[in-house]
Ligand binder design. Structure first.
Ligand SMILES: Nc1ncnc2c1ncn2[C@@H]1O[C@H](COP(=O)(O)OP(=O)(O)OP(=O)(O)O)[C@@H](O)[C@H]1O
Ligand SMILES: [Mg+2]
Length: 462
């Protein structure tokens, strides 16, 4: 579809010059010689761009600009070549300005750039809305614990306070962080999430703080960090317990002073973000034992929200289960049999809501066309010790392959021989796991489980 440009200028020669330029760019044009003519045209056409002369016969440019630029991109033509005019025009919302006499190349470039930017902004807007509709909805659950949690969220959201969210894995910490952000003042912008684990410390540092050009080998241009990206929004520091001492120190400084520096830079920049941190570790204990800076812990813990584990709010289980069934069963209504519900209620849910979600997803698939989810469709993760760590001992310096083989075997045993679960825990595809199982001859596990069996839930390894 051709784009339309509205030209508002009382000089017919100039107006037709601009019009010809637009035509050359493949644009439709409409011309008005006064503001009243322009207004009449705007009743009928929806321009993609307005080119407006600063000196109009029947009104002041400054009068109409704020409202006009609210609806359309506007390029203002000033006849004076004065920077003061330019500034005031841009302040009133104009996208750009040009001085008369206009250089045709410059005119062409400015029109193109303005239209491109507007198209980009629309695309952004579209995806932002999409993201909103994809977003997992609100926190489900009406137990006293959840009600208390919602109260805390409502209380802290409108303040700019730093919040620490604690809770076991899968309890919904990220959802809580999103809820705080969305109910907060900075909700017009996307939440910026920092995943604190998995990156090398120096990479993570530049990710977070950004760097100047030449800050280190390979830094061939300046890069903004996530703290800068989160300006006017919320920075969510996920798994804060996993960050190393260097970054802890820097983060403390950011939170205390509200300023930071890019790597290799010496300008102090303002950190204009709200901070929310989450952890499934006991930060207080870590700080007592030296694994986490005490002063940073104090800064973060001025407002702590603890998300209780699912086993401490069992009345939420059926509600959550139904919510996930509706989510996964898409239009084909299914329900839990009483026996199945009893099983869900009696289970310990070490993986909390995420585990419940996974169990339901699997159950919905397993029931096929049947409308009732029964106990036979529910598969729980093998019982595990509370310690999720792994220790491999060798009586010699092992090769990488030996470590790989031993580790894979250990995970297969831990997950009751369920290949997909072991693969999930190892962060590899099931097919890759299959290849490794073949490679290391792990089809038969020591305690008689087979590496493809399903349902065996013993864990001789715990
Ligand atoms: N109250 C709830 N209502 C609906 N869905 C929930 C609720 N709590 C958690 N979930 C869902 O459970 C899953 C895990 O939640 P989330 O990622 O927020 O947990 P987490 O505490 O951040 O976990 P981890 O510590 O492993 O990062 C998500 O799919 C989330 O949508
Ligand atoms: Mg999380």
């Amino acid at each position: 579809m051709k784009k339309t440009v509205l030209i508002v200028d009382d000089d017919p020669v100039f107006s037709s010059l601009v019009s010809r330029t637009c035509t050359r760019l493949g644009l439709d044009t409409q011309a008005a010689a006064s503001w009243s003519e322009a207004k009449a045209l705007l009743e009928k056409v929806e321009p993609d761009l307005v080119i407006l002369d600063y000196k109009l016969p029947d009104t002041e440019c400054g009068e109409v600009l704020p409202e006009l630029s609210n609806q359309y991109p506007v390029i203002v033509l000033t006849g004076f070549g004065s920077i003061r005019h330019a500034v005031s025009v841009i302040r009133s919302g104009a996208t750009d300005y040009l001085t008369k006499p206009v250089d045709l190349d410059e005119l062409e470039l400015t029109i193109r750039r303005t239209l491109d930017n507007a198209a980009l902004a629309r695309t952004c807007d579209f995806y932002r809305r999409q993201l909103h509709s994809l977003r997992p909805g609100s926190l489900i659950g009406d137990s006293p614990a959840m009600r208390k949690l919602r109260e805390m969220i409502d209380m802290v959201a409108p303040t700019d306070a730093t919040v620490l969210i604690q809770g076991e894995s899968g309890t919904g910490k990220e959802m809580v962080a999103r809820a705080i952000h969305e109910q907060g003042r900075s909700n017009a912008r996307e939440l910026v999430t920092v995943d604190s684990c998995g990156l090398q410390e120096n990479l993570f540092e530049s990710e977070l703080f950004g760097h100047e050009r030449g800050a280190f080998t390979g830094a061939d241009r300046q890069k903004k960090g996530l703290i800068e990206e989160a300006a006017g929004s919320t920075l969510f520091l996920d798994e804060i317990g996993d960050i190393g001492p260097t970054i802890q120190a820097k983060l403390l400084r950011v939170i205390e002073t509200g300023t930071f520096r890019r790597l290799g830079g010496n300008k102090a920049l303002n950190a204009d973000a709200r901070f929310i941190a989450a952890t499934n570790r006991d930060l207080q204990r870590m700080s007592r034992e030296g694994g986490f800076r005490v002063d940073l812990y104090f800064r973060l813990s001025s407002f702590v929200i603890t998300v209780p584990p699912l086993r401490e709010r069992r009345e939420d289980i059926p509600v959550l289960a139904r919510h996930f069934i509706v989510n996964f069963a898409r239009g084909a209504p299914k329900h839990l049999s009483n026996a199945a519900e009893d099983l869900l209620m009696g289970y310990a849910w070490p993986g909390n809501v995420r585990e419940l979600r996974n169990v339901i997803e699997r159950a919905v698939i397993l029931t096929g066309r049947s409308a009732e989810i029964g106990p036979e469709h529910l598969a729980f993760a093998p019982a595990r010790g509370s310690d999720r760590g792994i220790t491999l001992t060798f009586d010699h310096e092992p090769t990488l392959e030996e470590i790989e083989a031993r580790y894979l075997r250990k995970m297969l045993v831990r997950y009751g021989g369920l290949r997909y679960k072991a693969a999930g825990a190892l962060g590899i595809s099931e097919r890759h796991a299959y290849r490794l199982i073949e490679k290391y001859g792990l089809r038969e596990l020591p305690d008689g489980q087979s590496a493809e069996g399903s349902g065996a839930t013993t864990d001789s390894d715990a």
